[in-house]
Design a protein around this ligand. Structure first.
Ligand code: TRP
Length: 341
């Protein structure tokens, strides 16, 4: 039944991030994680590191372990407060897999096959080298969301179709078996700051880009990020002006500056009036490095204290599990699964 009460009228949000890299990058932070930090102030927020989803890229066990913990540490260092939100590791709550199976039995083969991320990824690797987990990936994601009766799911534009599928599956379940799930709204993050690659400033900053020299990693040493910013591609003019179409590189640097200083683009342009590209790069590098220094230090400190990190994760798993187990029980009851006594 639309049971899961949201405490004190707060809407619930849920989102997840994959632990597929040693470090998040500036685009992850400004494009999504910063909004997560904001939402925990006004919403009942659940955030999970989706280690089960990361299995679809067949990571080395050692890397998966390290990256899962590094992801949690960075999320906290960036401002997620385990006292204000529920931060947990997906695999710590078995109900995710359990509900995913139920939803898989409600999803059409063709319906899953129409997911564009699946189509892109499987076309790139070929059918024989595509794991089934990639096919069912969005259904596990739907389970992540529906289990928590989330009202809103803050995600990037690329996740729109997965949220639509989640809504379809939730509605399908509710109309077949009775109201069980809250139907979530997509909350597509209008990338206040859409950060592009420093070397290829017309493409989104992304870990999958050919070269890492255009990607600002949160966990990299300051010298490395300074060097990357100083080598950013610009153009042959001299004027510092925001013009994404004709001056993608300069505009990207201005966007980074504006996002981190919270100045408007116009004020950011004004800060560089009469200055050259060298000044722009030096200043942006300083702003980025100053911003990331305490973040990196905090993340490293957390990683050096596994007992503390574990206690945070234990608390998160307990809070998440309580909600998820209840929803799973309702869903099982609704479909006619006999409860174990
Ligand atoms: N697929 C999402 C991404 O790549 C990650 C994700 C997994 C997620 N489960 C989720 C996002 C649940 C929001 C809600 O970004």
């Amino acid at each position: 039944m639309m049971s899961e009460a949201v405490p004190a009228g707060r809407e619930r949000v849920l989102s997840g991030i994959q632990p597929t890299h040693d470090s998040f990058h500036l685009g992850n932070y400004l494009g999504a994680i910063r909004q997560w930090v904001e939402l925990q102030k006004t919403h009942d927020a659940f955030y999970c590191v989706v280690d089960l989803h990361a299995l679809t890229v067949e990571p080395e066990p050692k890397a998966l372990r390290a990256r899962t913990l590094a992801s949690v540490a960075q999320l906290i260092a960036l401002g997620l407060d385990p006292e204000k939100c529920t931060l947990f590791i997906q695999s710590h709550v078995p109900a995710h897999n359990q509900l995913a199976w139920v939803l898989e039995c409600l999803t059409g083969f063709g319906e899953a096959g129409r997911m564009t991320q699946f189509k892109d990824k499987s076309q790139k690797s070929g059918a024989d080298r595509t794991v089934v987990g990639l096919f069912t990936y969005p259904i596990l994601q739907a389970a992540d969301i529906l289990l928590y009766q989330a009202n809103k799911v803050p995600v990037g534009e690329d996740q729109r179709q997965h949220i639509e599928l989640t809504r379809d599956l939730g509605q399908r379940f509710n109309s077949k078996f009775g109201p069980t799930f809250t139907i979530p709204e997509g909350y597509i993050i209008k990338a206040a700051a859409k950060i592009n690659d420093l070397q290829d400033p017309t493409a989104k900053m992304s870990k999958s880009s050919a070269s890492q020299s255009g990607v600002i990693e949160l966990m990299d040493a300051p010298e490395i990020n300074t060097k990357k910013i100083k080598s950013a591609v610009t153009d042959t003019e001299r004027e510092i002006r925001f013009d994404e179409k004709n001056k993608a590189g300069v505009s990207n640097l201005l966007t980074i500056y504006s996002a981190l200083t919270k100045k408007s683009i116009a004020d950011s342009e004004a800060d560089f009036a009469g200055k050259g590209y060298g000044d722009l790069k030096t200043t942006v590098a300083e702003v980025v490095v100053d911003y990331l220094k305490p973040v990196r230090a905090k993340a490293l400190e957390l990683l050096q204290d596994p007992a503390h990190l574990n206690s945070i994760l234990k608390l998160g798993a307990e809070k998440a599990d309580a909600v998820a187990t209840k929803t799973l029980k309702d869903a099982y009851d609704a479909i006619g699964i006999i409860p174990r006594n």
